[in-house]
Design a protein around this ligand. Structure first.
Ligand SMILES: [Zn+2]
Length: 190
């Protein structure tokens, strides 16, 4: 039953690229997926083969869904930034850092990599990465706000290579209190 609840979860995660569901909508979609699986006669689950639903305790399935859903909601609510770590050797005046967004019981949900150049007053957002199950939970915004708060007075930019995240950056920059520039080489030290 645990494998079936997990399967319903993974199917819901797989739809996120198209559906962009926030936490509440995600929980509903996951529930609907589980409901659909439990009304089938058999379910094919990776690593388990075909599972006959008739032989299973579906009440247990719903208990597992409730518990897993609560744990997910708690993790989303309590997620916070970890202390920063220097990343790699310094490159002239440019210093690279990373930190994670983490939740108790879940560990790291995703990471942010960036570099700053204090003499130029420039920050470069290098990479922000969360596994698909944590997309659309507000963590990208949480991470960038934290990054800006740790290094106030910098102007930020990012490279254009993350096409899939462009919409997110555009929306974020409009709301941000820190200056963001569209320029690609505002500092010669990166
Ligand atoms: Zn510089």
């Amino acid at each position: 039953m645990q494998a079936i609840v997990r399967e319903a979860f993974q199917q819901t995660v797989a739809e996120q690229d198209d559906e962009h569901r926030g936490p509440a909508a995600f929980a509903e979609a996951w529930k609907a997926r589980l409901d659909a699986l439990l009304t089938q006669e058999t379910v094919a689950v990776t690593g388990w083969g075909e599972i006959a639903i008739a032989g299973l305790d579906t009440d247990l399935g719903w208990s597992l869904y409730q518990a897993a859903g609560r744990a997910r909601a708690e993790a989303i609510m309590r997620a916070a930034a970890t202390p920063g770590r220097r990343r790699g050797p310094d490159d002239g005046p440019a210093v690279s850092y990373e930190f994670s967004i983490a939740a108790e019981g879940e560990g790291s949900l995703g990471d942010v990599h960036y570099a700053i150049c204090a003499p130029c007053g420039i920050g470069l957002l290098k990479k922000i990465s969360f596994s698909p199950e944590w997309h659309y939970c507000g963590f990208g915004t949480l991470a960038l706000r934290e990054m800006e708060a740790r290094h106030p007075d910098l102007s930020w930019y990012t490279t254009g290579q993350y096409a899939h995240a462009q919409g997110f950056y555009q929306r974020y920059r409009r709301r941000s209190d820190s200056p963001w520039t569209a320029g690609q080489h505002p500092c010669p030290h990166f």
